[in-house]
Design a protein around this ligand. Structure first.
Ligand SMILES: [Mg+2]
Length: 261
């Protein structure tokens, strides 16, 4: 009898991980290579330095007499959130507003390579630095703390503009302009950091639009690399955000063009 129980227990124990594995597939594993690249490669910081060096070259050519401002996005432009994404991979937990807010409030994000030097360069050049981000406005205090701890200039409530009612950054840029500033440069990792009307476009349209704006990149618009997340993800398929995590993973797989040997 005891032997029969032992065999039964062994059977259950060997099947259980398979059942549990199916029930809790970790779709966040798709983020892994992007995170490894951001945290481990030398190419990632090299690209960041390249963007900011390009911005410096452009600023040196400017001869504006009036009040000038530069608008820097925060996430993956001046602050590195790869540890949050890495937590998602390790825990298998899906992105959530609550966990994201907790991460923001932790105020422990490191600086993006070259970002602090660039913000100081802008300030020294007499350009007012604004940080315009779609982090929730409730994290303003901790985001300022995070930026201040890293030494970022102008990290205060007048210059850190987070998301209140809309993710559209255009009204916030309008607010800066209404104070008499000419925005001479924008830096971001997402197309809507430059033109918010691209937010809801599918990727094919986004790429066509980018091809029509070639002369602005690395000049008026500094693009920072981010292969872990972005608007490009939902833009692969209409209704993507409403899909289950499993369906989203399938949509990503379906989106890629593959060679057929
Ligand atoms: Mg960003």
């Amino acid at each position: 009898m005891r032997k029969r129980y032992a065999v039964l227990s062994l059977l259950v124990l060997s099947v259980l991980p398979v059942i549990m594995g199916c029930a809790s597939a970790n779709y966040n594993r798709d983020l892994l290579m992007g995170i490894v690249w951001q945290q481990e490669s030398g190419e990632y910081p090299a690209l960041c330095y390249q963007a900011f060096n390009s911005g410096k070259e452009f600023v040196r050519t400017l001869s504006t007499a009036g009040k000038t401002a530069a608008v820097l996005d925060i996430d993956e432009t001046v602050l590195d959130n790869s540890k949050y994404a890495a937590w998602m991979v390790r825990s298998g937990k899906p992105w959530s507003a609550a966990a994201w807010e907790q991460w923001c409030n932790d105020a422990s994000a490191p600086a993006i390579p070259g970002a602090l030097d660039f913000a100081n360069f802008l300030t020294a050049a007499g350009i007012e630095v604004y940080y315009v981000s779609n982090r929730p406005a409730s994290t303003t205090g901790s985001t300022i703390n995070n930026l201040q701890a890293l030494g970022f200039p102008k990290a205060d409530r007048d210059h850190v503009m987070l998301q209140e009612d809309t993710s559209d950054k255009a009204p916030r840029l309008g607010k800066i302009r209404s104070q008499g500033y000419e925005i001479v440069l924008l830096a971001g990792d997402s197309l809507e950091d430059f033109e918010s009307f691209t937010r809801s476009w599918p990727n094919a349209e986004r790429r066509t639009w980018v091809d029509s704006q070639v002369e602005k990149f690395g000049v008026y618009w500094l693009v920072l690399p981010n292969s872990v997340y972005g608007t490009f993800e939902a833009a692969i398929k209409s209704g993507y955000r409403g899909l289950s995590l499993k369906e989203q993973a399938q949509a990503r797989l379906d989106a890629i063009e593959a060679w057929e040997p």
